[in-house]
Design a protein around this ligand. Structure first.
Ligand SMILES: Cc1ncc(COP(=O)(O)O)c(C=O)c1O
Length: 411
């Protein structure tokens, strides 16, 4: 078992160590929840203040042109494209993940009008199910969602399938799906794919065009450290640009928005997946986070995130034994995204006790504790210390104190 000095030595040899200084991390906190909300990049705080004071305060409406506000969804999309294996002009940063999923699945269904089945993983993050259920209900054309679990996906893809809409790294267990293999199977059956990369972008290397993906969506507030509620991204492969249509056609998706025509004419290219006026302050924060992720070496980031997760599992299994935890994530790092999930029947009070002790992870009902291993700011020694805190909480039984039983609105 690794000791604390060995963990510190790993930090000294870590090529990503300089990135930690780019984040404004609070003292005394070990932040293992970057899989839910990434911490604040120092540059994001400075940029949001500057955009508010200078670009908004002084530039006023002129900043739509002079400060690059209008082009921000495309500019940020082009940056992310480089990270996620897309080309310039195939991605925009805009709206929420759920809204982008709605637009992408609608566009994909529209490209397969004679087919009625959408394949999804039933245990996926619920908003994805709700959004596609809502879309199918409003289309009212007899679409069926075929809910399956990971080992049933390939058998579920047949000639009746229009769209396979899956999440690359599972929000609870972090299991990874084979993006290239499933996309190839979908294409062989004549179907299209929509990938949710919320838990992949910034944690796991992604090659959208290498995998042949048709559409993809994902958020920027987790491993991309874009800020609370920062805008999401949407990818559409260039081969679909001329024929794709989406239902939330607004003036930002129009070919000539400032002609103020009565009738809709779609813009050329990815711009037709936009809808309306963008949250510029949030985009400024997101751009700082995205810039950091783009500066880091993706292979080094993945290797470190995997190693931190492996270390956590190894320490847990040697130091926190006999307390009823089960590993819910794949043990093999190659099959896992950026976090490690444990189950425990008393997961909620245990997580609250951990948070009070300065180790922040999160809880997903009914019994999952998640620990995110974001590579740019976490140290090996943080993992070592976090497991020591967990061991102490379990051995002392402190988690059983009444205040940890009180359920809060956001877990
Ligand atoms: C896989 C996945 N999709 C979507 C979302 C959320 O989407 P939205 O940003 O629309 O709330 C999450 C949130 O954690 C998620 O984990």
């Amino acid at each position: 078992m690794m000791n604390r000095e060995q963990a510190t030595a790993l930090d000294q040899a870590d090529p990503l160590t300089p990135f930690r200084a780019e984040f404004a991390l609070p003292e005394g906190i070990i932040y293992l929840n970057g899989n839910s909300l990434g911490p604040l990049p120092a540059r994001a705080a400075a940029r949001v203040a500057e955009v508010a004071a200078k670009e908004w305060g002084e530039g006023l409406i002129r900043s739509w042109n002079s400060a690059g506000w209008y082009s921000a969804p495309r500019r940020l999309g082009d940056k992310l494209a480089g990270l996620l294996g897309a080309e310039s002009g195939e991605m925009v940063v805009t709206d929420a993940t759920g809204l982008n999923l709605f637009k992408a699945v609608a566009a994909a269904l529209d490209l397969r009008p004679d087919r009625k089945v959408i394949v999804m993983e039933g245990s996926n993050f619920p908003t994805n199910n709700y959004i596609v259920q809502g879309l199918a209900r409003f289309l009212d054309r007899g679409h069926e969602i075929r809910f399956v679990e990971k080992d049933e996906i390939l058998q579920a893809i047949g000639p009746d399938v229009a769209v396979v809409a899956l999440t690359h790294a599972h929000y609870k267990t972090a299991h990874l799906l084979d993006m290239a293999g499933i996309t190839a199977a979908a294409h062989a059956a004549g179907a299209l794919t929509v990938w949710d990369l919320c838990h992949s972008a910034g944690a796991v290397p992604v090659d959208l065009n290498g995998a042949g993906a048709d559409f993809a969506v994902g958020c920027s507030y987790k491993y991309l450290n874009g800020g609370p509620g920062s805008p999401a991204f949407l990818f559409a492969a260039r081969r679909h640009h001329a024929s794709m249509r989406q239902p939330l056609s607004g003036w930002w998706s129009h070919a000539t928005p400032f002609a103020f025509d009565r009738d809709f004419q779609p813009a050329e290219g990815i711009a037709r997946m936009l809808t309306g006026t963008q949250p510029i302050l949030s985009l400024a924060g997101a751009e700082a986070g995205i810039d950091l992720a783009c500066r880091a070496n993706a292979a080094q980031a993945r290797a470190k995130s995997s190693a931190l997760g492996d270390l956590f599992i190894e320490l847990l299994e040697s130091r926190v034994t006999g307390h009823g935890f089960n590993l819910e994530s794949p043990r093999l790092a190659a099959e896992r995204g950026g976090h490690v999930a444990l189950s425990h029947p008393q997961g909620y009070p245990i997580m609250k006790a951990l948070i009070e002790a300065g180790v922040i992870g999160d809880f997903r009902a009914p019994d999952t504790l998640r620990f995110g291993f974001s590579p740019l700011y976490l140290r090996y020694v943080d993992v070592w210390d976090a497991v020591a805190v967990l061991a102490e909480i379990m051995e002392s039984g402190r988690w059983q104190e009444a205040r940890f039983q009180q359920v809060e609105a956001v877990t």
